[in-house]
Design a protein around this ligand. Structure first.
Ligand code: OGA
Ligand code: NI
Length: 370
């Protein structure tokens, strides 16, 4: 797992406020934002304050409720070629115009989804002493409990804790997974990986490629499961659950509970991703935008905090297995004289190093433009 270490601390002292000490004390508590809430916090500590510009950031602050991302129903795609073609067309539109869509009838039962949300809740709500054993920024660990991966890099900490598990290509031993969510993490991961394969087939078809093209390139080989927990927040206007960012993978499959708060930037307006029970939210990551030579878009999104909570979500990030020799560039079959490559080849390692170094929020892709 790529995390940021404390030696990358930025100098950040101003007018008597020692940001680094505040970050360190928080990190050393190993209890996350939930630890603050358990201790009865009534004010958001300063390290979580986000710039006002981050909440408005040039886009019209009003939400446009007339907009919503496409919902795609996968019923019948395995045995009805006409239905499948229809789905591929809708998917192409969603990936080109929105970069986000919701999927229903994807083959994973609501019982498994609900249990995954509950398992995440059980982990983050168990005794702080038990959670602490998992708290680490060690990049070699496969099961990591941490609040804010890039805590020491980001201008503002987010009101969020995460249990991250590297589930592919080399999953942890079952015993390494926290007992309160072990069974469901194993079951959900296996099911979401199977769904990702179906999705990569459909996405390949939507790009006009052979059905197995994306999977054959290794797009589903690396799989990082992020079980997010956004505690209720006493002053939601001061901080973010997740600052605006794009995802640094091929695709992300997101399971969210019914609280809401996830928004994406569309036509310069923040649009809510309204929870649909039983659905999975899918978004295109930077690496698929690069492979598709900008045909598919990786769009900025964020999560607002709320007095109501906790909000729970589970993000499945698909990327390569981290093999440093693998480099990615626009897929050759998509290129022509009219559609010349927009990016140079880049390895996952080079991409992630730059993505974290420049600070989350703006696109890392432009750096690799030809
Ligand atoms: C992410 C993300 C959104 C959410 O993990 O990259 O954008 O709703 N998560 O938790
Ligand atoms: Ni994201």
């Amino acid at each position: 797992m790529v995390l940021t270490s404390t030696d990358e601390l930025e100098a950040g002292t101003d007018s008597g406020y020692d940001r680094i000490s505040e970050l360190k004390a928080f990190d050393d508590s190993k209890a996350g934002v939930q630890g603050l809430v358990e201790n009865g916090v009534t004010k958001v500590p300063r390290m979580f304050y986000c710039e006002h510009s981050n909440l408005s950031d040039g886009s019209t602050s009003e939400l446009n409720s007339n907009f919503s991302i496409p919902t795609i129903d996968l019923t019948g795609i395995h045995n009805d070629p006409i239905l499948r073609d229809g789905v591929v067309g809708k998917l192409r539109y969603a990936c080109e115009k929105w970069g986000f869509f919701q999927v229903i009838n994807h083959g994973i039962s609501s019982d498994v989804l609900d249990e995954m949300i509950k398992g995440t809740g059980r982990f983050h709500q168990q005794d702080a002493m038990v959670r602490k054993d998992y708290y680490t920024r060690d990049p070699t660990r496969k099961v990591v409990y941490v609040s804010n991966y890039s805590l020491y890099h980001d201008p503002a900490a987010n009101w969020r804790d995460t249990l991250g598990c590297v589930m592919a290509p080399h999953p942890p031993e079952a015993e390494e997974l926290p007992v309160v969510c072990r069974d469901v993490v194993v079951e959900y991961s296996q099911k979401v990986k199977a769904f990702a394969s179906i999705l990569f087939e459909l996405l390949s078809e939507a790009l006009g490629l052979n059905r197995f093209h994306l999977e054959d390139m290794g797009c589903a080989e690396g799989f990082l499961l992020l079980c997010h927990y956004y505690p209720s927040c006493p002053e939601p206007e001061l901080t973010m659950g997740n600052s605006k960012h794009t995802d640094n993978d091929f695709i992300t499959i997101l399971l969210q509970d019914q609280i809401g708060g996830l928004q994406l930037l569309h036509d310069n307006q923040w649009v809510d991703v309204t929870p649909i029970h039983g659905a999975l939210v899918v978004n295109i990551g930077d690496l698929l935008q690069l492979l598709s030579n900008d045909k598919f878009v990786s769009v900025q999104h964020r999560v607002l905090t709320n007095h109501i909570g906790p909000r729970i979500s589970v993000a499945s990030l698909f990327r390569t297995d981290g093999d440093e020799s693998l480099v990615y560039g626009p897929i050759k079959e998509l290129l022509s004289e009219e559609n010349p490559p927009l990016y140079r080849d880049v390895s996952l390692k080079e991409y992630l190093t730059y993505y974290y170094a420049k600070g989350i929020g703006t696109s890392a892709l432009s750096h690799f433009k030809l």
